[in-house]
Ligand binder design. Structure first.
Ligand SMILES: *Cc1c(COP(=O)(O)O)cnc(C)c1O
Length: 429
């Protein structure tokens, strides 16, 4: 494979954009390569500037549940665009979108649209603080909730890959209100509540972690958090920016049958356009301005193109009866193939999977249930694996600590090619 055009494009981009990218993980730094510049994407195929084609397993970090440039979403966007691209005034797209979310996500009675997952989590924490009159909150090591100041403490995803656990620019004052606990470790949360229970506004978590690679919670852990927050009068916030509409129509809360007080959404909800949302019980959501005193706003919030794409996406999800069973079946086949390949190649690894999200950790550890165990992974090995996969036409996440996403659009034949490429890559490690 030749990457000459991507290399030139990257050189040019670096002169005008810090690091040549608008989001750090895209730079391929943790796999030691030049990033591939995308020319176009359709269905599950990405084509780069050099004409190389890949089976996409990144799904734009989650949103592309039905593959790229889906006809129904394109049509919805173009129909909306004819009538204006932004009004700064309410439109019925927003109500329709809200009604769909409320219908699909069990714990959401009211919802506010924003333009990114980061905005959603920042707003949800502000709301939790406004509602409870408390200032601290609990977050888990390795969970990522966007790049809001108070979340960039032991954050996952790009912040972790680049080894920036505490980004400069975040004040001590802000950091002191973020209390850290360990994922899947209920006693670590109990200890915080015992010490500072009356100061804790909320516990926020990824109900299946995706940003330290996939880490699956035990049901007892989630139930324990539900019970603890209720006991101490704190809110439980599920950050379902990845899991929302991916694990089930109603996200992880439906999948596990545990209802949070607030939910944050993003990624899939925008159908590939910039959208986020936060929602929950009416009584909490009505703390938001203009009804209540907690302020949050956005010039482009509820943007008609974004809403049209989101409505098309959620409608397709609602109508596709075999969506989750089909993705489960394909992802399970891929997982089985990878596990067999590991044995054949004699390579140690752990595959964590829930539904259509999975990670192959190159670790000697028998299990990966928290950040410390995830960090035992051999990231150099992942880098070689990534490179081999790329060269055989499989586009994976450019970091060990991210997910592989199976989409509804992946064919059985593509899953076979992925299993085959996986074996070839493992053998060469
Ligand atoms: C991606 C992500 C975010 C941030 O969303 P952006 O749209 O990138 O701001 C927040 N939480 C989780 C769990 C995510 O995966």
């Amino acid at each position: 494979m030749e990457f000459n055009n991507s290399i030139l494009a990257f050189e040019r981009a670096q002169k005008s954009i810090p690091g040549g990218v608008n989001s750090p993980v895209r730079a391929f730094k943790s796999v030691g390569l030049n990033p591939v510049f995308v020319k176009k994407a359709k269905g599950t195929t990405i084509t780069d500037l050099d004409g190389n084609q890949y089976i996409d397993c990144l799904a734009s970090w989650g949103p592309m549940l039905f593959g790229h440039a889906h006809e129904r979403i394109l049509q919805a966007i173009s129909e909306a665009a004819v009538n204006g691209t932004s009004f700064g005034a309410p439109s019925q797209y927003e109500t329709e979108m809200a009604e769909l979310i409320i219908k699909m996500v069990p714990s959401i009675e009211m919802v506010r649209m924003v333009s990114s997952g980061t905005e959603a989590t920042m707003s949800a924490i502000r709301l939790a603080r406004g509602y409870t009159g408390r200032e601290a909150f609990v977050k888990f090591a390795g969970n990522y909730h966007g790049h809001g100041d108070s979340f960039l403490i032991k954050a996952g995803s790009g912040a972790m890959t680049l080894g920036i656990p505490n980004s400069p620019g975040i004040t001590k004052g802000t950091a002191k209100d973020t209390l850290m606990a360990e994922y899947n470790n209920l006693p670590s949360v109990e200890a915080l509540f015992l010490e500072r229970g009356s100061e804790i506004a909320a516990v926020i978590l990824e109900p299946v972690a995706g940003n330290m690679g996939v880490v699956v919670p035990t049901k007892e852990f989630l139930q324990g958090l539900r019970d603890l927050t209720t006991k101490y009068g704190a809110l439980l916030i599920f950050d379902e920016v990845i899991t929302g509409f991916r694990l089930a129509r109603g996200g992880a809360q439906e999948y596990f049958g545990i209802l949070p007080d607030l939910t944050t959404l993003g990624k899939i909800i925008g159908g590939g356009l910039p959208v986020g949302a936060y929602g929950g019980r009416k009584e909490i959501m009505e703390m938001m301005a203009p009804v209540g005193p907690v302020y949050q706003a956005g010039t482009l919030s509820g943007n008609p193109l974004a809403m049209a794409a989101g409505i098309a996406m959620l409608t397709m999800i609602d109508e596709t009866k075999d969506l989750y069973s089909a993705m489960e079946r394909k992802a399970a086949r891929l997982e089985k193939g990878i596990l067999e390949n590991l044995k054949i190649a004699g390579i140690k690894g752990v595959v964590n999977r829930v539904g259509s999200m999975m990670t192959l950790f190159f670790t000697e550890s028998p299990k990966v249930t928290n950040l410390d165990e995830a960090m035992t992974s051999d990231t150099e090995r992942y880098a070689s694996y990534f490179k081999q996969s790329l060269e055989s036409g499989i586009y994976l996440a450019p970091s060990q600590f991210e997910c592989l996403f199976v989409s509804y659009a992946h064919t059985d034949e593509e899953i076979d090619r992925m299993i085959d490429a996986n074996l070839q890559a493992l053998i060469k490690l």
